[in-house]
Ligand binder design. Structure first.
Ligand code: URA
Length: 211
């Protein structure tokens, strides 16, 4: 399943005034084993159009394997579908300082700009559980008061946030099963989180087995 083109065009227009690059569709089966919600694509993903195909993606594939699943069985998306960047400086080997773009987390306004895209996926993809990766996906869906450090590895059964016609977040009538864990990129900064994620994945395995 993929969002309709008119919705993608709307998303591109809504985010056009922000410092972001490209557009990567989420994707996967309409009836996946689970839906994964990340943060935003990075440089690699913008280059090849495939979500989670860079360094964080390689880690994520090991998580999916641990669950006994394949990439083809899961729906993969994120809160924002363009790459948020900031300009920074880098010293080259020959000592020159060059300007380059660095990834950064999406802002609240960028998340709002692309909210209709994720809302469509949440409403139309028949996933038995939505796994949020990191704080951005968790807060976007389960609400701003949620913190990954407090609720990773817990199954939350609750409404999710969706954008209304006034660009305000409201709660869905329907309840969803949300399973928060850390973003795979978090282990690049804090290696000890890998053990925590592995223990979350053991719990997620039980949740998936219970249907
Ligand atoms: N992080 C995300 O959240 N999504 C990607 O596609 C890549 C990195």
């Amino acid at each position: 399943m993929r969002i309709p083109d008119h919705l993608a065009e709307k998303g591109k227009k809504r985010i056009a005034s922000f410092p972001v690059d490209g557009f990567v569709f989420g994707g996967g089966p309409e009836h996946p084993k689970m839906m994964l919600v990340g943060e935003a694509p990075g440089e690699t993903e913008i280059g090849n159009g495939v979500p989670f195909s860079g360094r964080a993606g390689r880690e994520l594939m090991t998580f999916i394997e641990r669950l006994g699943l394949t990439r083809e069985e899961v729906y993969i998306t994120s809160a924002v579908r363009s790459r948020p960047y900031r300009w920074g400086e880098k010293k080259t080997r020959d000592g020159q300082v060059v300007k380059r773009k660095y990834n950064r987390p999406p802002t609240a306004r960028e998340i709002t700009a692309h909210a209709p895209l994720l809302d469509y996926e949440v409403a139309n993809v028949r996933a038995p559980v939505i796994v949020t990766l990191g704080n951005i996906g968790l807060k976007r869906l389960a609400g701003p008061d949620k913190k990954i450090g407090d609720c990773h590895g817990d199954l939350l059964v609750q409404p999710v946030q969706k954008l209304d016609e006034n660009d305000q977040f409201v709660w869905t009538d329907k309840e969803y099963r949300i399973f928060p864990t850390y973003h795979p990129a978090s282990i690049f900064y804090n290696r000890s989180l890998l053990e925590v994620i592995h223990s979350d994945l053991e719990k997620l395995k039980e949740v998936l087995a219970s249907g």
